[in-house]
Design a protein around this ligand. Structure first.
Ligand SMILES: [Zn+2]
Length: 84
């Protein structure tokens, strides 16, 4: 049997993950944090993003230690009603 490589754990694509820079949002204690130009490997089929674990820890550290280096942005949030 030929060995098959599954680059994405969510779909069975054969396409290799694409190295990209993406915008990542995190919510911590009710506040949103936006990280731009974050390196990620993105599935070309389903779009799932894979991040480097140590990098995510770095981002968490930026929230706690380097918040003075972030610029504030305005945002508008909508919550759609849940009807079920
Ligand atoms: Zn996928």
């Amino acid at each position: 049997m030929p060995e098959r490589n599954y680059p994405c754990e969510f779909c069975d694509t054969d396409l290799p993950l694409e190295e990209k820079r993406v915008t990542l949002t995190m919510r911590r204690e009710g506040r949103w944090y936006i990280f731009e130009n974050v390196p990620a490997r993105v599935c070309r089929r389903c779009g799932h993003r894979y991040y480097n674990g140590p990098l995510l820890l770095e981002l968490e550290k930026m929230i706690s230690d380097q918040i003075d280096q972030a610029r504030p942005v305005e945002a508008w949030a909508f919550s759609l009603p849940i009807t079920e």
